[in-house]
Design a binder for this molecule. Structure first.
Ligand SMILES: NC(=O)c1ccc[n+]([C@@H]2O[C@H](COP(=O)([O-])OP(=O)(O)OC[C@H]3O[C@@H](n4cnc5c(N)ncnc54)[C@H](OP(=O)(O)O)[C@@H]3O)[C@@H](O)[C@H]2O)c1
Length: 337
């Protein structure tokens, strides 16, 4: 049991019955389809754990799915929103499981296979959680897993970013971007990123070597060639993806993260005939990576910026904020209220 959760606390954290309060989308549409309602407790089978959620970050995928894009074709309404969370284990699959009731954890749920994280209780597979970093509050920790895992997959697993390279990260001020900037810096690369002017000083403090104001400058005119582009925008704004090819060194790699945002990427890369490599990305919610990320937070090499916190009842305002496309870091739902 954790230092902070006593047996009495733990009793109070158990589900009261076979239902859980949850944020759902009742159909496809605007924020009017969001509702806080009771849903059946998710099935806890095999090595799944039952976790009482304290906080859960809101990511663009939830907004897209609510609007009929993203995972929309794969869900049936009403469905519970949310992918990342921090909370406390209330039920473990067996006595000597490494996570036991009372342990503070963070994790990620892959929709639609698992019910979403913006509920008082989630069922989560053992391999998709890890111990929460001690240095982060529940609110901060709940804002991290999906966005930081995406950044990790882009920078480390797929990008293989390392010392001696120059990396361009589009949308460095966003949820994924601010982790990607820090990870690329941590692994020794020279980091160039794009952001509005108001975010430049902050991004430099996170390790960016050069920040380009994408509203007033053409990045391809002001930066030196790069080895890797981590594209968090695609061609949905100002042909950001296509223009990125102009700054890639021959043999360089472009990673397009928002699925569907740059449909012609492979054709353009082939037409360039410069031995460029191009890939999309789908993150995998692996607890082993969350354990490494927790170490990076606890040793001071990673930080999370929380832009705003909302109670579940104000989820519509949280969605609107993410939908603006200009959050700094993360927006979080507090499920303790
Ligand atoms: N494939 C996957 O598995 C996966 C996983 C996670 C996320 N994604 C996708 O990746 C994308 C980024 O996710 P996120 O959570 O980081 O989004 P986010 O937090 O909503 O991104 C917001 C940021 O985007 C910046 N921005 C907006 N327009 C820009 C432009 N034209 N150029 C540069 N920066 C711009 C804003 O910076 P300023 O305020 O400074 O303008 C803001 O800080 C989303 O489309 C998301 O759905 C995909």
């Amino acid at each position: 049991m954790s230092e902070t959760t006593t047996a009495t606390d733990l009793d109070a954290l158990q589900p009261a019955g076979d239902h859980t309060r949850a944020l759902v989308a009742t159909g496809v549409g605007g924020t009017e389809v969001l509702d806080v309602t009771d849903m059946p407790l998710p099935p806890v089978a095999n090595s799944d754990l039952l976790v009482r959620v304290f906080a859960s970050g809101v990511n663009p995928i939830e907004v897209k799915t609510r609007r009929g894009q993203g995972m929309s074709a794969l869900v049936t309404h009403p469905f519970v929103l949310g992918g990342e969370f921090a909370g406390v284990v209330v039920r473990a699959p067996y006595e000597l499981c490494e996570f036991q009731p009372g342990d503070e954890v963070w994790g990620m749920l892959l929709s639609p296979h698992y019910q979403g994280s913006q509920a008082d209780f989630v069922s989560v597979p053992l391999q998709s959680i890890a111990r929460k970093p001690k240095s982060l509050s529940m609110i901060e920790a709940g804002a991290v897993p999906l966005a930081a895992l995406t950044a990790w997959w882009a920078v480390v697993e797929v990008g293989r970013v390392h010392t001696g390279q120059r990396v361009l990260i589009h949308a460095g001020a966003g949820g994924v971007g601010h982790f990607a900037v820090q990870l690329a810096h941590f692994y020794g690369a020279e980091v160039v990123t794009t952001a509005s002017e108001r975010n430049h000083e902050w991004l430099r403090s996170l390790g960016a070597d050069q920040v380009v104001d994408y509203r007033n400058e053409r990045f391809e005119e002001v930066i030196e060639p790069v080895d890797v582009v981590i594209d968090l925008i695609g061609n949905v704004a100002d042909d950001t993806g296509s223009r990125s090819l102009k700054v890639l060194l021959d043999g360089g790699l472009v990673i397009n993260v928002p699925t569907g945002s740059w449909p012609t990427m492979h054709d353009e890369v082939a037409a360039a005939d410069r031995d460029l490599k191009a890939t999309g990305l789908k993150l995998s919610p692996e607890g082993r990576i969350l354990t490494t990320l927790a170490q990076l937070f606890d040793q001071g090499d990673l930080q999370v910026h929380v832009d705003a916190v909302y109670p579940l009842a104000e989820a519509a305002a949280a969605h609107e904020r993410v939908e603006s496309g200009h959050t700094r870091g993360k927006v979080v739902l507090d499920l303790r209220v």
